[in-house]
Design a protein around this ligand. Structure first.
Ligand SMILES: Cc1cc2nc3c(=O)[nH]c(=O)nc-3n(C[C@H](O)[C@H](O)[C@H](O)COP(=O)(O)OP(=O)(O)OC[C@H]3O[C@@H](n4cnc5c(N)ncnc54)[C@H](O)[C@@H]3O)c2cc1C
Length: 293
């Protein structure tokens, strides 16, 4: 099924979960538990990340296959094209097509730190818009793309960033999954500016529960999400080094963010699970108990 069918039917907002391929036996064990708990929530789809430069190529394909064939879940396979030449790109996408996968979200990706001495292919593509332009006429996938409510961390300006987002949609992206944010005003403003620019495709809100202070700071630094005073002060009011209180705060905070997003009519909530399930299960169950999902 193409995920865009979910939004054209528009019965209710979608719930989806992002997973990444494990990097160690411990990570595989953690992922296995997360998949079982998350699958019980009956998500509309799950997504699988792809390491830029092809660094998780095999692991991503295996996870996509497992989720699709063993767990019978609808899957959006991400594809990060950074540094890959046309033949590498088609090799990955051909393998997804034979599974068969119908949904691919295309991102540029970043310089892969885990691949030492990685040299981009001379015919690699500079931007996600170029990748989408290359992929669109060659594959029947339902294509998605990434959007940044606060602007991409390296963007010249938020306006330029949005123009490039429009180009990605003009080149064939049929929906947008947003980066996460800790203040809904960033998202509401982003959606409004997208619509004003003529970007009409569904926009899903990315939700990142707070799992640990260290992870929160690291990820926010990498992707340019503002850690708001509300989050900072909320964490400061918790007993020090109390992991459970922090996770519960993260669940409360995200549940109230999601409540406002759902009341405002968001097309879907996309959870960045980090291969963990406790927080996402807590948030989704809360929203369902409240009759919002
Ligand atoms: C939902 C989501 C999923 C993700 N999944 C993955 C993943 O699986 N693997 C991974 O490695 N990373 C992933 N990322 C991270 C992503 O790869 C990085 O944020 C990356 O830095 C940018 O990717 P992009 O596709 O947004 O790039 P682009 O859209 O190419 O944008 C990158 C920068 O270039 C600028 N730009 C865009 N187009 C042009 C143009 N035509 N001319 C000039 N400038 C331009 C933009 O303003 C921006 O600053 C994901 C991000 C999100 C939000």
């Amino acid at each position: 099924m193409k995920v865009t069918d979910l939004w054209s039917a528009a019965q209710k907002p979608t719930v989806s979960f992002e997973l990444f391929p494990p990097r160690s036996p411990k990570g595989a064990e953690k992922l296995e538990k997360a998949i079982d708990a998350l699958a019980d929530l009956r998500p509309d789809f799950v997504s699988v990340t792809f390491g830029a430069g092809g660094s998780t190529r095999e692991g991503s394909r295996q996870l996509v296959e497992k989720l699709k064939k063993e767990k019978m879940l609808e899957v959006v396979a991400y594809f990060a094209g950074y540094g890959l030449g046309p033949e590498d790109i088609t090799a990955v996408l051909d393998s997804y097509q034979t599974l068969p996968i119908e949904n691919v979200l295309v991102v540029r990706g970043d310089v892969p730190k885990e691949l030492e001495d990685f040299k981009p292919h001379p015919r690699s593509f500079a931007h996600a818009s170029d990748l989408i332009e290359f992929i669109r006429p060659r594959y029947p996938f339902c294509l998605g793309t990434a959007g940044y409510p606060e602007g991409h961390i390296d963007c010249e300006s938020k306006d330029k960033d949005l123009e490039y987002l429009r180009l990605k949609v003009e080149n064939g992206a049929e929906y947008i999954i947003s980066n996460y944010f800790y203040d809904n005003r960033y998202f509401f403003d982003f959606v409004q500016r997208c619509r004003a620019l003529g970007i009409g495709v569904p926009i899903l809100a990315g939700v990142m529960p707070i799992y640990s202070v260290k992870m929160m700071k690291m990820l926010a630094g990498m992707c340019g999400a503002t850690i708001t005073d509300e989050v900072r002060n909320g964490i400061a009011s918790l007993p020090q080094d109390d992991k459970e209180s922090l996770v519960n705060f993260g669940i409360e905070f995200a549940a109230s963010q999601c409540t406002e997003l759902l009341r405002a009519g968001v097309a879907g909530l996309h959870f960045y699970t980090m291969d963990l399930s406790e927080s996402t299960v807590g948030i989704v169950n809360r929203l369902r108990d409240d009759g919002l999902l």
